[in-house]
Design a protein around this ligand. Structure first.
Ligand code: HAM
Length: 412
């Protein structure tokens, strides 16, 4: 679990602001849900046999002996809120986004943490493939807008409750014939969650499943048609993607379209964003039979990828350096008036030497320094130094507030 410190936080704010801006143009509103939910919500939605539910949840009993869990992801809490607040009665289509911390007890490594942050988006109430293409296009648009290029959008379909059992059966039969070649974990989960075997990183398992049946060859007519339409709409609007029929998701609620935004630049944690359609989830959780689709991006991973292009902390427009008590008092008043009117102004609060004040102005990379001495103040003047040009001039303090706010260098 990490602290996000000044110097890093500017990149986070940028990533969040861009999400608000871009998701807003696609008609999404923010929803804020608690970080704690009943444990049962995650067991029912993510699935009892997933790694998240089996091993990674921060679960505890509260003082009334209710089993609660720190949310490991955002989709289930948003669906819980959608159902509880009957949002479908207010609008047949809900476009919601959220951002905030999630918790998974995973082995930490670069790009993988126990408290991490997601920015996610969900659309509820539209079954048409246009919405799949729209959500994917918005995701691609976001990556473009924040300047993260080294990514590929991979697409798959996991079928529906109608066609998945047959695929599951075909896959289980195939795995049965290759059991000796699989690792212990896969030998255990080939019956409980056979799709996960396709995702195993152990080289022996990868090799053994190279010829495994493809989910795309087992889609029913409806799923096949939907998948074809999603691709057609993506072509129409020029959103690039590749097909990855081996993509498996670590959560059980998906049906039809699934996708990941992957990169090679983060080592083994190669998914920067991921999501898909979950047409049965809302009904399973006790809500109306509405379909849904969405994604979540890992903010730590986005920030790591932003790397060199990081956003720098704001620089002061003005640093007020003073010599003596009266100038310090005058400067304090001027600084406060400027700050109230939106100028980023700083000063030394503690009467340090002029040399140390100028050093601090330098360290903060102030654009200008206003140096006010006692005699000068009595004359109604000060020295204005512009750091970029290293020029310094005497200026009158009369009307200085407006001049500084207008960003003008007054005539000397
Ligand atoms: P997920 O694939 O579990 O999906 O997580 C989405 C993204 O969160 C990942 O691609 C990754 O960038 C980030 N992430 C996950 N775990 C960690 C971690 N331990 N440390 C850092 N980053 C991590 C979901 O959570 C689904 N709720 C996405 C979704 C929304 N599907 C439909 N709507």
């Amino acid at each position: 679990m990490n602290d996000i410190l000044p110097g890093e936080v500017e990149t986070w704010q940028f990533l969040e602001e861009q999400a608000r801006r871009i998701f807003g143009t696609y008609g999404f509103s923010e929803i804020r849900v608690p970080v704690v939910e009943k444990t049962e919500l995650f067991c029912r939605s993510i699935g009892e046999t997933t790694d998240i539910v089996e091993k990674e949840m921060y679960t505890f009993n509260d003082k009334s002996d209710n089993s609660l869990t720190l949310r490991p992801e955002g989709t289930a809490p948003v669906m819980r809120s959608f159902i509880q607040n009957k949002l479908h009665t207010k609008d047949p289509v809900a476009k919601l986004y959220y951002m905030g911390p999630m918790f998974r007890y995973e082995r930490p490594q670069k790009g993988r943490y126990r408290q991490f942050h997601q920015i996610g988006a969900e659309v509820i109430g539209v079954e048409d493939a246009k919405i799949d293409a729209q959500v994917l296009t918005m995701l691609a648009h976001y990556f473009d807008a924040v300047g993260i290029q080294d990514v590929e959008l991979q697409l798959n379909s996991l079928g529906c409750p109608e066609c998945r059992p047959a695929y599951r059966q075909a896959l289980t039969s195939f795995l049965e014939a290759h059991l000796e070649a699989l690792c212990d974990d896969c030998r255990r989960r080939y019956q409980t969650n056979p799709l996960r075997v396709l995702d195993c990183k152990v080289p022996g398992c990868k090799e053994a499943t190279a010829e495994a049946p493809s989910v795309l060859d087992h889609l029913c007519g409806g799923c096949d048609d939907h998948f074809g339409k999603v691709q057609g709409y993506l072509h129409d609007v020029g959103t690039p993607f590749t097909i990855n029929a081996r993509m498996v998701r670590g959560l059980d609620y998906y049906s039809k379209t699934t996708f990941e935004m992957v990169t090679n630049s983060l080592g083994s944690q190669n998914a920067v964003a991921a999501g898909g359609r979950y047409d049965g989830l809302i009904k399973d959780l006790g809500g109306p039979p509405l379909s849904g689709i969405g994604f979540a991006m890992g903010v730590e991973r986005l920030a790591l990828m932003k790397g060199e292009g990081r956003i720098e902390p704001g620089r002061p427009d003005l640093f007020l350096a003073t010599l003596g008590d009266d100038p310090a008092r005058y400067a304090f008043g001027l600084m406060t008036r400027l700050q109230r009117r939106g100028l980023h102004a700083e000063m030394d609060y503690e009467g340090k030497s002029l040399k140390s004040q100028l050093r601090r102005a330098d360290k903060l990379q102030a654009r200008r320094v206003l140096i006010i001495g006692g005699d000068e103040l009595a004359r109604g003047e000060a020295q204005l130094r512009t750091m970029e040009t290293s020029s310094q001039e005497t200026i009158s303090l009369e009307g200085i507030e407006n001049l500084l706010l207008a960003g003008l260098t007054p005539a000397s």
